[in-house]
Design a protein around this ligand. Structure first.
Ligand code: NI
Length: 135
């Protein structure tokens, strides 16, 4: 099995808030991330596609195509957006990195012309990232 990775970046704002909890509970759980007017991140997204090498092309997936698919189905929908309000696939979901990564998986997993989506890794800061493998 060969693993092919494409990295993209985007910037977005969000507020972590569970409307089923009290304001005090939200502050307890999310602290500064519960700031009423939100805050921003420069996200880095790494998408890994796994598969066998096509003997005709030598590729698992054409990275030009993976770039185009990621930009069309993910980056265009997230970049410079408010993740609480502007993104159809995050409607009603608390936009933690965990939930954003799951949403990105749902956007991509059935769009790949070859190989299989293996992992979605989302860096919210240089030191904090989460990884989702569709399990
Ligand atoms: Ni945040």
């Amino acid at each position: 099995m060969i693993y092919v990775t494409r990295r993209e970046v985007f910037s977005a704002s969000h507020r972590l808030h569970n409307q089923n909890l009290t304001d005090e509970e939200n502050i307890e759980i999310y602290d500064k991330c519960n700031n009423p007017n939100g805050h921003g991140h420069n996200y880095t997204l790494e998408v890994v596609v796994a598969g066998q090498v096509d003997p005709k092309t030598g590729y698992v997936i054409d990275l030009k195509l993976l770039k185009k698919i990621m930009r069309e189905h993910v980056i265009a929908k997230l970049d410079h957006m408010n993740l609480n309000l502007d993104v159809g696939f995050l409607k009603g979901i608390i936009p933690t990195a965990e939930n954003i990564a799951k949403g990105i998986w749902e956007q991509l997993h059935d769009k790949l012309p070859s190989g299989k989506l293996y992992s979605v890794k989302l860096f919210e800061t240089e030191n904090n990232y989460i990884e989702y493998r569709g399990e």
